[in-house]
Design a protein around this ligand. Structure first.
Ligand code: AMP
Length: 113
């Protein structure tokens, strides 16, 4: 996707603080963190929104959760963490390349705001 901020980050055209990368997933620090740990976990494939997940592309989502589980262990997030994926503007999605916020290091309220 030519005009996608996160595709440009994956391609190295826009700088990011990379935490992890493999063939299908890229993980980097959120530029405006809302918790002591705030990472963004994204597929390298451009998928705009969570409601574009289907039988053909859902494999990347299970892999993303494997990566999240591994990162949580590696980073010692034993007190817990939260994973958030906003879908659509009213849910707070501002970048239309699917992404999973990995948040940790403080207590989180519920229900979400
Ligand atoms: P959302 O609002 O759920 O779509 O999340 C988008 C996230 O991308 C926000 O938390 C932003 O702070 C983050 N963000 C935007 N631009 C950048 C960037 N250049 N590098 C890292 N994170 C970014």
């Amino acid at each position: 996707m030519n005009d996608c901020l996160f595709c440009k980050i994956i391609a190295g055209e826009i700088p990011s603080e990379k935490v992890y990368e493999d063939e299908t997933v890229y993980v980097f620090k959120d530029i405006a963190p809302t918790a002591p740990t705030h990472l963004l976990v994204i597929p390298k494939e451009h998928i705009s929104r969570l409601d574009e997940i289907n039988e053909e592309n859902s494999g990347v989502i299970s892999h993303i959760y494997e990566v999240i589980s591994k990162l949580a262990k590696d980073m010692g997030l034993t007190n817990g963490f939260r994973v958030v994926s906003n879908c659509g503007e009213s849910a707070g999605q501002s970048v239309f390349h699917i992404h999973f916020h990995l948040l940790a290091g403080r207590d989180f309220g519920w229900p979400a705001g």
